[in-house]
Design a protein around this ligand. Structure first.
Ligand SMILES: [Zn+2]
Length: 192
């Protein structure tokens, strides 16, 4: 392996300087590699791992050759990212309508259990430890809570009779919200 650990050294350097302007020179000194090497690592952190690293292209406050890790990077989802390709991930999310397959929440909605914005993960239907594979038929979209088994919901989909009974029980506000949701959902499906 070439230049082992250079990415890790950049990670540590940037994490020690969150919110500070750092220069190309400082990075080079800290990492001790060629420009092409750290520039590539920086790009990988930005693009592959979604680190919020900004340059003069992103902010007028930065000059060329200056960089800033604006905030702490998103947590790595180690369990899944390694095995499930971006393409497969997208297929699962698309098939599941970008909806948690257990509780039905969508990304960006507030999870009433945690008060946090919902983020979807890709979960295995049959656990990998039990021989479940990384393939479309064994994967489903789950929100963080359901993925961690935090919600007490069965894996079975609700029946239409049960759904209708719940809608009838709900107040007018809630019923209107359901109607709006369905109209939005189906109107986008009909459009070319
Ligand atoms: Zn959920």
């Amino acid at each position: 392996m070439r230049e082992p650990g250079s990415k890790e050294r950049i990670r540590r350097f940037l994490l020690a300087h969150v919110g500070e302007v750092v220069t190309a020179l400082q990075i080079r000194d800290a990492i001790g590699t060629e420009v092409s090497e750290w520039a590539r690592r920086l790009r990988e952190l930005r693009e592959d791992e979604h680190w919020p690293i900004i340059t003069h292209n992103d902010s007028a406050e930065l000059k060329p050759g200056q960089y800033m890790l604006k905030d702490f990077p998103p947590e790595k989802k180690v369990t899944f990212r390694r095995n499930i390709s971006a393409k497969l991930r997208a297929e699962v999310l698309d098939r599941n309508g970008f909806t948690c397959q257990m509780c039905g929440l969508c990304p960006g909605e507030i999870d009433p259990d945690t008060g946090r914005k919902v983020r979807l993960h890709i979960g295995h239907i049959k656990d990998k430890n039990l021989g479940g594979k990384d393939e479309l038929s064994n994967l489903r979209a789950l929100c963080s809570s359901c993925n961690q088994g935090a919600k007490n919901i069965t894996g079975e989909k609700p029946s239409s009779i049960w759904l209708l009974s719940q809608v009838r029980r709900a107040g007018q506000e809630e019923q209107r919200a359901v109607l709006n949701y369905l109209m939005t959902k189906f109107s986008t499906e009909i459009e070319p």
